[in-house]
Design a protein around this ligand. Structure first.
Ligand code: NOJ
Length: 566
């Protein structure tokens, strides 16, 4: 069967930089990153060669989950600035040809949101039905809250998924933290609110949304108990239910399509097969693309902590299946880092070969067909931090896992080790701008520990070093912009069974690209696949001094990466 080429689109050709505002740049020197800080760094972002910024939540929030618990959808947190300053950043970004995407968090609000404050006052409140409430199970009002929670679901972040409110004698559902009550999307009024929020930001000039856990916004009728093995999380009753698509279609038709707005949906436990029900033309392009988790040693936010060993073959299988399945019908969102995972060099690369392995990882994912996302600090090879004690951590997920660890009998020292390797807080240390105090992030004591390696790993140093990761990222992004074979090429994997090499080719309208990545320190023999004459190709990228080509094979240096164009 003839496979159609992908249809060109601006959002396929762009690349995106993610800002986690609290730790990006502190403009008013209070220790917390802010929009004034962002304003001062727009030229840096432009010089990286990206076309858009995705802001993790900027809204007012009590920070039970650092902004992913929103108390006001139409405002900017005073920590970060105000609406006027946001407009300034937006205009300044646009003036540089950079689009801006907001984080849209509508699976849940903060428990401090006025809707929830009203909802928990009385079952008669017009806002009560904005959330998901149920009475307890069983009889015997022996416990203060009378009965057992309505079902056996566990929250992703904090114990049971239900919290009792004595005022209304009901439990509310929170799939995430207690401070993040789930919205009742089945209520048409809630969907109208969501559309109004979208219009508010789009009218201001925002170009689209990253939609937080968007595949969780519908819950199974009747809220049945979760399957009891191994732990009844209940996720099968709130993940990817058919109604999600109805809601997305409604948002698309009523609002987004009218603005030509971009959307990327965060989608834990997503597979290519199910993704096609959302992001293909046949499915009505309910989203432009999705962030799946399959290549992150994890299927959702929690499984990062299980600590499965890194397996290159699994990573390759996932990458290849998404490349193959999406080609010509859907579109890939490509990422290796964001605010929810530890740093990638620690996970898939090598600290000993930080720059070499960082470059290899960048080429491995950036040159695939799809829209690449780069997370703040990734472009200079920031790494995990080693926190000295548990009191240094600040995230609800770490706190929750500390409790679980205690229950399991793990010592604090043991848990500290795990948290230092696994916690998403590793990605949230302040951006390392220079070797100045506090890494040049702020003149005040930063809200969160700065990685002591900032003296060596920082933007200023990277700018001054032509062989830095930063320059490598810039060059790759520029190469991608100039070569449609990167964006639209048809992917083929080679040496699938290798546990050391990741190798793929990409073809588009007569141009061919060959990407060879070694995930090993030890030397590995690479033999070019049939039909690829290395001597007749241009070696466009190599993370070591470029070799003189001889024949069609070579022995790799640690984490070597080569990219050939034919
Ligand atoms: C996904 C976000 O990326 C994560 O940071 C957040 O904690 C959860 N959604 C809950 O909103």
């Amino acid at each position: 069967m003839e496979i159609a080429e992908p249809k060109p689109a601006w959002w396929k050709e762009m690349s995106v930089y993610q800002i986690w505002p609290r730790s990006f740049a502190d403009g008013n020197n209070d220790g917390v990153g802010d929009l004034q800080g962002v304003l001062g760094k727009l030229d840096y972002i432009k010089a990286l060669g990206v076309d858009a910024i995705w802001f993790s939540p900027l809204y007012p929030s009590p920070n039970a989950d650092y902004g992913y618990d929103i108390a006001d959808y139409r405002n900017i947190s005073p920590d970060y600035g105000d609406l006027a300053l946001f407009q300034e950043v937006l205009d300044a970004a646009h003036a540089r040809g950079i689009k801006v995407f907001m984080d849209l968090v509508v699976n849940h609000t903060s428990d401090q949101h006025p809707w929830f404050q009203a909802a928990k006052e009385s079952t008669d409140s017009p806002y009560h039905d904005y959330y998901i409430w149920r009475g307890g199970r069983g009889a015997a009002p022996a416990r203060p809250q009378g009965k057992r929670p309505p079902n056996n679901w566990l929250s992703v972040f904090e114990g049971k998924a239900w919290e009792y409110v004595s005022q209304v004698k009901e439990y509310y559902l929170h799939v995430f933290a207690k401070g993040q009550p789930d919205l009742n999307m089945a209520n048409p009024k809630v969907r109208e609110e969501v559309k109004e929020i979208m219009r508010f930001w789009l009218d201001m000039g925002v170009d689209g949304f990253r939609e937080d856990v968007i595949t969780y916004i519908a819950k199974r009728e009747g809220l049945p108990n979760g399957f009891p093995l191994p732990i009844a999380t209940g996720f099968e009753h709130y993940t990817n239910l058919p109604k999600v698509k109805d809601y997305l279609r409604e948002f698309q038709q009523d609002v987004l399509s009218g603005y030509g707005a971009f959307t990327v949906g965060e989608a834990p436990m997503m597979t290519p097969k199910v993704a096609k029900e959302y992001i293909t033309e046949a499915a009505g392009n309910l989203l432009n693309m999705m962030f799946h988790f399959q290549h992150m040693e994890a299927d959702c936010l929690m499984t990062d902590w299980i600590g499965l060993p890194f397996r290159l073959k699994k990573l390759k299988r996932v990458w290849t299946s998404w490349q193959k399945e999406m080609y010509g019908v859907g579109w890939n969102a490509l990422y290796l880092e964001n605010h929810d995972h530890p740093r990638i060099i620690n996970r898939y690369g090598s600290l000993k070969y930080r720059v070499e392995s960082g470059k290899m990882l960048a080429a491995a994912y950036l040159l695939q067909s799809g829209t690449p996302f780069v997370y703040q600090g990734q472009e200079i090879g920031m790494t995990n931090i080693t926190q000295p004690s548990l009191s240094a951590f600040k995230d609800v997920v770490t706190f929750n896992n500390a409790k679980l660890a205690k229950k399991l009998g793990l010592s604090d020292a043991r848990f500290l080790k795990i948290a230092n390797r696994r916690s998403r807080e590793n990605a949230r240390t302040p951006m390392q701008w220079s070797a100045e105090p506090n890494a040049g992030f702020s003149e005040a004591e930063p809200w969160f520990a700065v990685n002591p390696n900032y003296a060596e790993i920082n933007v200023a140093a990277a700018q001054a070093d032509p062989n830095s990761l930063l320059h490598w990222y810039r060059a790759l992004l520029q190469f991608r912009r100039e070569h449609p074979v990167v964006v639209y090429g048809r992917y083929e994997e080679h040496y699938k069974s290798s546990r050391s090499l990741y190798c793929y080719t990409s073809e588009y309208r007569g141009q061919r690209l060959l990407v060879v990545c070694s995930f090993k320190e030890e030397p590995v023999r690479f033999q070019a696949p049939a039909g690829f004459e290395l001597v007749n190709a241009a070696l466009v990228f190599c993370n070591y001094a470029k070799p003189v080509e001889a024949g069609c094979s070579f022995i790799t240096r640690p984490y070597e990466c080569r990219v050939y164009l034919m």
